[in-house]
Design a protein around this ligand. Sequence first.
Ligand code: 26W
Length: 817
Amino acid sequence: STDVMHIGPGNSVAELKESILGHFCFDVGKSPEYATLHDWYMAVAYSVRERMMEHWVSSLERIRDKHQKIVGYLSAEFLMGPHLGNAIINLGIEQQIKEAAEQLNINLDEILQQEEEPGLGNGGLGRLAACYLDSLTTLKVPAIGYGIRYEFGIFDQMIRDGWQVEITDKWLRNGNPWEIVKPELNYGVKLGGKTQGYTDEKGGYRVKWIPEYEIRGVAYDTPVPGYKNETINLLRLWKSEATESFDFQAFDKGDYYGAVHEKVFSETISKVLYPNDVSEAGKKLRLSQQYFFVSCSLQDALRILELRGLSLDDLPDAVTFQLNDTHPSIAIAELMRLLVDEYMVDWDKAWECTRKTFAYTNHTLLPEALEKWSLPLFAHILPRHLEIIYEINSRFLSDIRNKYPGDDDRIRRMSIIDEQGSKYVRMAHLATIGSHAVNGVSALHTELLKQDVLHDFYELQPDAFFNVTNGVTPRRWIKLYNPRLASLISDRIGERWITHLETDLINLQSFADDLSFQQAWRDVKKQNKTDLAHLLKQRFGMNINPDSLFDIQVKRIHEYKRQHLNALHIIHLYNRIKQKRTDGITPRTFIFGGKAAPAYYLAKLIIKLINAIGETIDNDPEVNQFIRVVFFPDFNVKNGAHVYKAADLSEQISTAGKEASGTGNMKFSMNGALTIGTYDGANIEIMECVGEDNFFLFGLDAAEVKAIKQNGYHPYDVYNNNNDLKEVIDLIQSGAFSKGDTNIFKPLINSLLGDDPYLVLQDYQAYVDCQQRVSAAYNNEQAWTKMSILNVARMGKFSSDRSIRDYCENIWHVTPG
Ligand code: 26W
């Protein structure tokens, strides 16, 4: 491998230029005079990728080093965002690439815009996986991210007449220069069929699985570069294909059509990402997807074990699998199947090995998001796994019976099989029982897990529960997407913050009162806001004023996140303006972004409401001199690049106890936005870090939410007893935002006045009052700037580097390199 180092390409401007031209000629295959921007993008991408490949080879050596534990991060979603900009930053070649591009007469920003982002995730959970890969690599922890190479990722969102329209995400249309297909790395995956008992040579009873189908998973590798550390990890995504054996069989019988049908079915498995966050669909194909990528990944890990010259006994010391929510939790039954059925390991030994190898991260407490599969569906696809789960369950429950004699209710509550009514497999129970560690993603969330959703399991094994508060990578979310702020920070405190956020960023505090620094700070924010205003004008013809307060809520659209609470406040301001009570109203631009699950009717209606309010205000000069409302279509990582850096105010207003952590809250705050937020998820820890005085807190806390629900909550009374709120709701109902149509928003209003499951009306007044404090604070420029600086300075804890160190120390027991 030292020989390889010598052939590594150089990073001088001249060498980069030559390399880009070389790729243009040999990979794009065109003469530069006919070049499109996308052609240039491909040539630059290949040149940059090449500069990762030399490190790739030496990094593969580390994966072969049998003394190093590998982290296998199992996740159905990886929301990586565009690769090129990030790779340039992490390789530390941004200056040279910029110059090379200039000399070639191409505009680097335009080139970067060409990249179609791999949207292989829904939101927070998938983006977290991507931040964690960045940190794992930056910390030199050998890791492989295992997932699915969806041909179509999360849909592209368009807005037509104010409604969301979904468009297929054809991200592979123009090729993907970042992936390297490994045709020789492929594994068979069985599905369906039945099981059969038999007696082995030693007279022991064994079971084998006779599947109905077999498909194949092929590895597609994407290099993940660490920050300026010559280290590469792997994102290994599986694409499903037909097995040769299946189509040959059909051809033999002359069944050409059947053979092709088989191929189509096989390729369906990795075809498309399910676009639901939160709500569980219970679809056959989704369970097949989960099993497909898990099975390939475990087979791959066992191959690597062998490659290292290790035995199955060494598995828990050689690899640790992190389950990113329950989506990959079938891995627990699959490893048991491999060990017991295929490697003939005895059950107890296999179980010990399995529990040591897995750890489980829970990302949600919402009951509708806890995955459960109906028994018949499960049996149909994974008959052997169901038997194994029964065996795991019966052994587990007999332990519980011994520990708590006569406590039948506890048995019912803890069983992997839910038997109230129709029967289901509860994946969170499987994941918890089969793991040595379970963690929540913020302090509050972990506490609620222990006290509520997984309480019985916590009582049984309190030491298995951990908190690992989420974090985000400062490389992408500050340095790459807010270069002005990054330079300003580096000017004052040096560059070490990029990898040492927790220790170094705090040094900014001493500049919080420095008036010239404050001015520079405001200049950066103003330029970022101006950039966003230009972009919205250029792309959508929207008109927003960079001198107004940018009040931003971007995240998936969901009732629990309460975008409609934000909308109610906007209508409150609208009413005040119309009634000429404009005292204390600070000019604001309300910016929303986010996708609604295609089948989530109320979420889509909330999008329509926001757009309807926006349009009404656009056409009303009396109002739009004070406020504007825009909906930024197709919010994704690429668009996020322009949004977080431009925010003055970050909206984190979920019903307390519902948002497990949030990570957008962190991105905003570390880019200088102040937060208006509830006592929920990581908001609480953010507030503890930045200081109560620098955070706008409002609303009920989780305990109060629980209490009010128990004592009977009557939203209609809240509405009747609050004139201001009543006016707001009545105005929607009157058709003021819907050209007189009084039906369109009824479902939303009925939900709010009927049972208001997320306590929007309950928190309304507290929210409006808090927004009034925000407006007053914004009018004091110096005080606001100081708060903004202190927010950034005190956000060091929320680097994903810190999160990954926590996982290494408490859960994986690996030492960063
Ligand atoms: C199909 C069912 C399904 C799909 C996705 C259920 C649940 C999910 C995810 C858990 C949704 C998700 O992204 N959760 C978010 O995870 C983030 C990272 O930990 C947290 O910051 C967010 O609070 C949480 O909502």
